[in-house]
Write a protein that binds this ligand. Structure first.
Ligand SMILES: Cc1ncc(COP(=O)(O)O)c(C=O)c1O
Length: 432
């Protein structure tokens, strides 16, 4: 009998949180790290939201509240979904969670038995895959390709659907690729899912980046396609749209009241309730006419930075980067840089046990962090299964312009520093 249950070894993590202590160690040594690893907007919470939260605290709105989410916020969410998704949403089908993340694991726990299959995008938000293995469910990664702009349609998902498919995760705009599906692609996906899946299958549509879209593009959701409202769980929240990751307000809209009740009970079991003063802040965020402007300002800045980063990456020898259509990440292909720097050979020379823990993009990520002080995320941070032959990095542009320029300069220098990589590799530290 060991200390931990077996399942503890099955859960993975979100490396964006894990890399923080490494950065702090470097900073304690007096080094200035360019942080392109962050998954949160670098803007303050809009003033009118802060004001509402403060007002609620002053009113002593600090007690337990409805575990499903306060009614005023659920009504605001239902109203917002009705206006933007072309559905008739009601507050009794909405559940508020501490962020958009908790519904991921809670839904897998609620809808899936061991042996069921879950289809999810890879590269994708790491928590989808992390929970799948923890739950004893069968992971079915849907590999997104650069050639297809990291998006997908019915033809991609069709071959992966089996009788055991129980959930399908979708995420547009996507983390880490910035991929977006067009309304035609969504309709096509919906068509295949409806034809091939039973009414008991659930589509988890993660729309947490719904407002962060570039080049005038608008957000579209699969829930708007005919027949999808009955099987789609639409998830979003305040973390990205309102630059409020610490507020921990997310929500899910369920196909039925019965399902919402199950999740309300899970909230009772896990959290009791979500801080009511922050829920009131989220309500104001959804209702206020000031939100549109605050989102537009943020997205304009993200778009300028996107252009800076993508153009800057594409002039570096060996790097190829598509223009993301949404979110705030660039996802460059670094395969050639890995060849040029001798990383591929170095990787192949590792003993099997070490090779299993790292990857060429991890070696480049660590080289960038420890030798050039640029923090990025490697490919396997976004789904490990089947990722071995893909060589990408995620760079967040939720960092100020000057830092991004400096980061690009350092990446450019690092990409030519074969000797530096050899020294780093031979040092044998921080290889995974
Ligand atoms: C795709 C995706 N879903 C969900 C989340 C979690 O959001 P929250 O901070 O609201 O829990 C993130 C955060 O990075 C994300 O990228």
């Amino acid at each position: 009998m060991g200390l931990f249950a077996k399942r503890v070894g099955l859960i993975d993590t979100e490396n964006a949180f894990k890399i923080g202590p490494l950065i702090r160690t470097l900073e304690e040594q007096g080094k200035e790290v360019i942080k392109c690893n962050l998954g949160e907007p670098d803007f303050p919470v809009p003033e009118f939201i802060k004001e509402e939260v403060k007002r609620q605290l002053d009113r002593d709105n600090t007690h337990y509240c409805d575990p499903q989410g306060i009614l005023s916020l659920r009504v605001a969410i239902a109203q917002y979904l009705t206006e933007t998704r072309g559905i008739q949403a009601t507050a009794d089908r909405v559940v508020v969670f501490p962020g958009a993340k908790p519904p991921i694991g809670l839904c897998q726990q609620t809808y899936c038995n061991p042996g069921d299959e879950i289809i999810y995008p890879s590269p994708g938000f790491p928590i989808y895959e992390s929970f799948i293995t923890y739950m004893g469910v069968q992971p079915v990664p849907l590999h997104l390709s650069e050639e297809r702009n990291f998006t997908l349609s019915g033809i991609d998902i069709g071959p992966l659907i089996t009788k055991k498919t129980k959930m399908i995760f979708l995420n547009f705009p996507s983390n880490p690729t910035g991929g977006v599906a067009s309304p035609e692609q969504l309709r096509d996906l919906a068509d295949v899912i409806r034809r091939r899946c039973s009414e008991d299958v659930r589509v988890f549509s993660d729309e947490v980046y719904e407002h962060i879209l570039f080049d005038g593009n608008e957000h579209h959701s699969i829930i708007s396609s005919p027949g999808m409202e009955n099987i789609t769980i639409l998830v979003s929240g305040a973390s990205k749209s309102f630059s409020w990751t610490g507020g921990r307000i997310g929500w899910a809209f369920f196909p039925t009241v019965e399902e919402a009740e199950v999740f309300k009970n899970l909230n009772i079991n896990y959290f009791s309730c979500i801080p009511p003063y922050n829920q009131e802040g989220a309500r104001i965020a959804l209702e206020s006419p000031l939100s549109g402007d605050s989102i537009r300002q943020m997205v304009t800045i993200f778009q300028e930075r996107r252009d800076l980063v993508v153009n800057g990456l594409n002039v570096i020898r060996g790097i190829r980067c598509q223009k993301p259509k949404g979110a705030f990440y660039a996802f460059p292909n670094i395969g050639e840089v890995c060849e040029n720097l001798g990383i591929m050979d170095a990787f192949r020379s590792l003993p099997p046990n070490l090779r299993g823990k790292t990857s060429p993009s991890t070696l480049f990520q660590m080289f960038l962090l420890f030798e050039y002080q640029v923090a990025t995320m490697d490919r396997k941070s976004f789904g490990r299964i089947g990722a071995e032959n893909f060589h990408y990095l995620r760079l967040s542009f939720a960092t100020d312009t000057e830092s991004l320029r400096e980061g690009l300069k350092r990446i450019s220098e690092a990409s030519e520093d074969r000797e530096g990589f050899r020294r780093f590799f031979n040092g044998g530290e921080h290889l995974f």
